[in-house]
Each structure stands twice: as structure tokens, then as C-alpha cells.
Design a protein around this ligand. Structure first.
Ligand code: ADE
Length: 244
């Protein structure tokens, strides 16, 4: 998969994604990343990329021309999605990450200052995405979060193909608790079932823990779950036992 990032800070993107799992996948060519400096496409002598907002107000607005020319310089299929990182966008989640991971290439536009000229959004942007209800100084950190979440879904990026099979959000539940050596830490023992070697019991315990966690930590997700009769009975018992 090819990621193209239109940004005023290409080094931030390149450096931020050059480590760990994503960095290795880039080195091995499993995924590709190109950060394009919007400033290189400014036609002004001083390489300006922003200007005062029409109608007044504070801050500066990124001009449409350098962004459009940077976008036009890309050699990508005409249907390539263009994602604009903005707190006004659709809240990013695992489902959107899976949707983006189906694409062959993705263009991500990072804004700065007070945003970008509205006409560039109308002209080239297909998706507006937010990574949460807070305002960052620019879209770069948000773009890196999206690229990381999408890239790790591509085959070969995570070591084991099924590393994300059980993880949080895949089926709208949170992941079960994990333990490793030592078997006792600060007097706390690893749950005995995990040492039993009985895979059936381990799977059952993990599923129950996932349900309990989702119920306690993300009641909004829990409400949407469709539980089997047995799971419902288990959770009713758990809720009764803990509500007194
Ligand atoms: N740019 C600034 N804030 C942002 C946010 N919360 N999500 C995505 N892009 C942003």
C-alpha cells in the first residue's frame, strides 16, 4: 500500500513513522510512504503557503494553490481517496481503519494554522477524519495515527498474520487481559486457567474477560453487543454479583 502525505512538515511524518513495526515494513517495502512538502509547490517568491482569512479573524489560512499543485504532482489512480485530517471530520475508529486498508493507495492532507481554504476541500478531499474531540496544532500527528492503524492491517506488517484477530474493537469488544512471566509478581498470581494448558478453557475465560472489560470500561460498546444465551447468563451473574 502507498501512503502519500501532503504536509508542511515532511520530516515529522518520515521520522515519526521510521521506527518499530511500521519502520521495518517501510524498509522491507511492504508499505510505502511519501511525504510531499506543500511549500515546494508555492509559486510565490518567498514560498508563502498561507494568507490572512477573508472577512478577518485571527490566524492564517493555507492557500489552495500549493496544495492543489502538490496533489496534482502525484502519480496515483484517479479514484485514490484524499483524507483531510481535521477535528471536524468523522471520528476515526477501527472500522474506518479496515475500510482504508482495502485501498491500494491513500493521500492524506495535513492542515496547519486556522485550516485550509474551503475550496481545496471541495475540490480534492473525499474523507474528512478526526482522531478525537481535541484540537492539535496540525494534522501530522493525526495522519501518523491513521497511517499506523491502517498499515498494521496490511498482510506482512505484523509478524503473525493473526496478531490482530483477538484484539480490541475487532468485534466491538475490548481485548482480554494478558500476562507473561513471572507467574507471581508483587504477590499477584497469573490466573490459573492460563497455566492449565487447556485451550478450550483459556478461550472461554478470555471471551468472558473481554465481555467483563467491555461492560466496565466501554458500556457504550457493550450495549451494542449481541451475546449468546450462555454469554448473557454469564454476564447477568457477573453483574448481579458485583452490583451489591
Ligand atoms: N487536526 C487538528 N486537530 C485534529 C484532530 N483532532 N483530528 C484530526 N486532525 C486534526
Amino acid at each position: 500500500m502507498d501512503f502519500y502525505v501532503l504536509t508542511l512538515f515532511p520530516e515529522m511524518i518520515e521520522n515519526g513513522l521510521s521506527h518499530s513495526v511500521i519502520g521495518r515494513s517501510l524498509k522491507e517495502g511492504i508499505i510505502r510512504l511519501k511525504a510531499i512538502n506543500i511549500r515546494d509547490f508555492s509559486t510565490s517568491k518567498q514560498k508563502h503557503v498561507d494568507d490572512y482569512p477573508y472577512g478577518g479573524g485571527c490566524g492564517m489560512v493555507m492557500q489552495p494553490q500549493p496544495i492543489y499543485d502538490a496533489f496534482k504532482s502525484l502519480d496515483v489512480p484517479s479514484k485514490t481517496r484524499v483524507v483531510y485530517m481535521t477535528p471536524q471530520g468523522r471520528p476515526f475508529n477501527q472500522k474506518i481503519a479496515e475500510e482504508f486498508a482495502k485501498e491500494e493507495s491513500l493521500i492524506i492532507l495535513c492542515g496547519h494554522y486556522e485550516g485550509v481554504d474551503e475550496r481545496i476541500i471541495e475540490e480534492i478531499v473525499t474523507d474528512e477524519i478526526s482522531i478525537g474531540d481535541f484540537v492539535l496544532t496540525g494534522g501530522e500527528l493525526a495522519a501518523m495515527a491513521v497511517i499506523d492503524a491502517v498499515a498494521r492491517l496490511k498482510p506482512g506488517v505484523l509478524g503473525k498474520e493473526d496478531s490482530f484477530k483477538d484484539e480490541s474493537f475487532t468485534d466491538n469488544t475490548l481485548e482480554y487481559p494478558q500476562y507473561t512471566r513471572p507467574p507471581i509478581f508483587m504477590g499477584k498470581e497469573v490466573p490459573a486457567v492460563l497455566l492449565s494448558g487447556h485451550h478450550g478453557n483459556v478461550d472461554k475465560w478470555r471471551r468472558q474477560q473481554s465481555l467483563i472489560r467491555t461492560y466496565n470500561k466501554r458500556p457504550d460498546l457493550y450495549e451494542k453487543l449481541e451475546l449468546s444465551k450462555k454469554e448473557k447468563a454469564f454476564m447477568e451473574e457477573y453483574i448481579n454479583a458485583t452490583s451489591t
